[in-house]
Ligand binder design. Sequence first.
Ligand SMILES: [Zn+2]
Ligand SMILES: [Zn+2]
Length: 217
Amino acid sequence: MCETSYRLYCKGLVSEEVVKDETRQIGGFGVAICDPEDNRLYEMKNALGDEESTQQEVAELAALVHGLKWALELDLGRVTFFCDDSNILEYVTGKAEPNESSVATLVKEVALLQSRFSSCEALPASVTVSSGGITFVLEHARAAIASQIRWREGHVYMETCPICCEDVSCDNKFEVPGCFHRFCVACIKRQVDEALDWHKPVKCPSLGCNLVGSCAA
Ligand SMILES: [Zn+2]
Ligand SMILES: [Zn+2]
């Protein structure tokens, strides 16, 4: 029996996205399975189903279920998975009980899947040697969402900018490094100009995203 413990990173996201004139709740997830040195061996990204995209905690747990099922299919006996969401970590380690039944059902499913490994431990993402794995699956989850909100016009893929609601080609969208939110170039430029005018750090303009850019302009 191999003693190697694989490292599993999962990220589920739900996001309110504007597609043409319609606002929709879209879910996506990313999974990465790494060796003990954090080298990526397997990775996937995909859309979450409607019932998996009802709220953020459900999306996170659904991503974890997808990741654990995949690790079982690959017959990885020992797995450590990392949670960057403290609530989820408390649920899956039994330190807290979720209130909502949809969340509780998924927590039970995670426990059941965990029991099928020879060892399957949950750790906070803060203990990982690098944030690479978590950042990577976040990027995958965002890409899975982005792929569901674009449409084709001729040879060009189009997306709606969530700030100005203009439809722009995907090539004309800027992706914020770190959180991977996407906006049209004009909106990003306005954000950067304002920050420079007021001598403030450049922030990601997505509502509720507190990422501060490392480089201005
Ligand atoms: Zn815009
Ligand atoms: Zn952001």
